[in-house]
Design a protein around this ligand. Sequence first.
Ligand SMILES: [Zn+2]
Length: 128
Amino acid sequence: MDVTEVRVNLVETGDAKLKAFVTITFDNTFVVRDLKVIDGKKGLFVAMPSIKVMVSCPSCKKKNPIRSKFCNDCGNKIDQPSKPETEEAIREEHRDIAHPINAQTRDYIQSKVLSAYEEEAKKKHASV
Ligand SMILES: [Zn+2]
């Protein structure tokens, strides 16, 4: 399996940790969107596409992203679960939609994405 295309959309917000959104294509046939390039404590890394864990509104039972203050559907107040204290707890609020299941594939995707990102960032600097 090869990554045949990497499309990088740089995020232009100063010192934010989120550096870019990325779309990748496998074998010219399968597209995965919304990967992110994040500037973490140990340098750049690639986050797989994820969704926020949902909670049901106590009033209308519609699903809302965890930690919503009010229901998106009926506007009812939603009680917050206690604040997560560890990075792990915060990470658990997101669930990956698509992700590699071994380190080799993760490294491969990450190196493809980061080199495309660096190229895109360089191009941008050159044009300024
Ligand atoms: Zn509701």
